[in-house]
Design a protein around this ligand. Structure first.
Ligand code: FMN
Length: 332
């Protein structure tokens, strides 16, 4: 089982990657996750190359990162090879360690404009984007994609080989088709087939929610790394726990107080960074939803915070909830 790998000359140690999640993995969230430990690579939310190359302020803000987040990969989506290449140059100049191209997003507005997972149906176009972007930057270029458009057109191996031939230095594969959205389960057999078919690093993504699952995936599929998204929202310490098990150390079990502090810190940062109090509260509510999944009384808590409309109300609910959770039941 691997515990580290290289993307070009960028060392990823441990081989645990925070998945890009639009609307979630902004700089504030990424820093809090990184401080929990064990993250080898961080990826930004996806950024529109159309927006970035037309100097859209929001797209430029999404590209913002701080040194403590490094190594960091900046992810782009788009359908135009010139704009993708231009965006990659901007990311390189901004100090990104890696540029990543999204060919997995299932959202209609992305797909209908020819980007994201729709490129899985147009490999010549994807190839053009990969080649032209590869040509203009020196830092590693990576690809994240789904296993296919639908169950009748699974082409993950073909895409992996094509990407390798274009000079792509890592592929990350979410083991679902576009048509699946987030339903069903990620198919790690297909991810393992890609690993067998290419020499570049392969990172698996989908449904890793515990340290045990991550280790099992690493062992069984021989992938170079695992990427964790929703599992990290539920348990920001998951990377540290996996890393510690890999090192033979008893994994850290966050205390209730650590969990409470994580949410309260997140709220404080969101209040600073989000344009309005309402949007900050929205972000915290979203995280709370995942964070308390499976915890006793979690459903009631989620319902209560959903109806909290002020910062003090939300803070009170968080404090009240964590004061009532039984310590031994709070472990994730
Ligand atoms: C809210 C949300 C936003 C996402 N945004 C992105 C994105 O911007 N770029 C991307 O490549 N994948 C995105 N994904 C997919 C994740 O990176 C990941 O591949 C997927 O959630 C499966 O992994 P998980 O089961 O560990 O969450 C998103 C997923 C979620 C849940």
């Amino acid at each position: 089982m691997k515990t580290e790998y290289y993307v070009g000359n960028v060392k990823i140690k441990p081989n645990l990657v925070l998945a890009p999640m639009a609307g979630v993995t902004d700089s504030a969230f990424r820093k809090l996750i990184k401080r929990c430990g064990g993250v080898g690579l961080i990826v930004t939310e996806f950024i529109s190359v159309e927006g970035l190359t037309r100097n859209n302020l929001k797209s430029h803000k999404l590209m913002y990162f701080e040194p403590e987040e490094k190594p960091i990969s900046i992810q782009f989506f788009g359908h135009n090879s010139d704009r993708m290449a231009a965006a990659a140059e901007v990311a390189e100049a901004a100090g990104a360690d890696i540029v990543d191209i999204n060919c997995g997003c299932p959202a209609k507005q992305v797909v209908n404009s020819g980007g994201g997972s729709s490129l899985l149906k147009d490999l010549p176009k994807m190839e053009k984007i990969l080649k032209e972007t590869r040509r203009v930057i020196k830092i590693p270029l990576t690809l994240k994609y789904r296993i296919g458009w639908d169950e009748n057109s699974i082409n993950a191996v073909e895409v992996g080989k094509m990407a390798e031939a274009c000079g792509i230095e890592q592929v990350a594969i979410h083991g679902r088709t576009r048509m699946q959205g987030y339903s069903g389960f990620a198919d790690w057999n297909v991810i393992a087939q890609v690993k067998q078919a290419v020499k570049i690093p392969v990172v698996g993504s989908g449904d890793v929610c515990s340290a045990e699952q991550a280790l099992q995936r690493l062992r069984e599929t021989d992938v170079d790394g695992v990427m964790i998204g929703r599992g990290a929202m539920a348990n920001p310490w998951i990377f540290r726990q996996i890393d510690e098990i890999m090192q033979g150390i008893t994994p850290h079990q966050p205390t209730i107080e650590e969990k409470r502090i994580f949410l309260v810190d997140y709220l404080a940062v969101m209040l600073q960074e989000m344009p309005t109090e309402k949007s900050a509260l929205g972000k915290v509510k979203q995280l709370c939803g995942h964070f308390t999944r499976g915890l006793p009384g979690g459903a009631t808590f989620r319902n209560q915070i959903f109806h909290s409309n002020t910062v003090s109300e939300l803070t009170d609910k968080i404090n009240e909830y964590f004061a009532t959770v039984e310590p031994e039941l709070s472990y994730v």
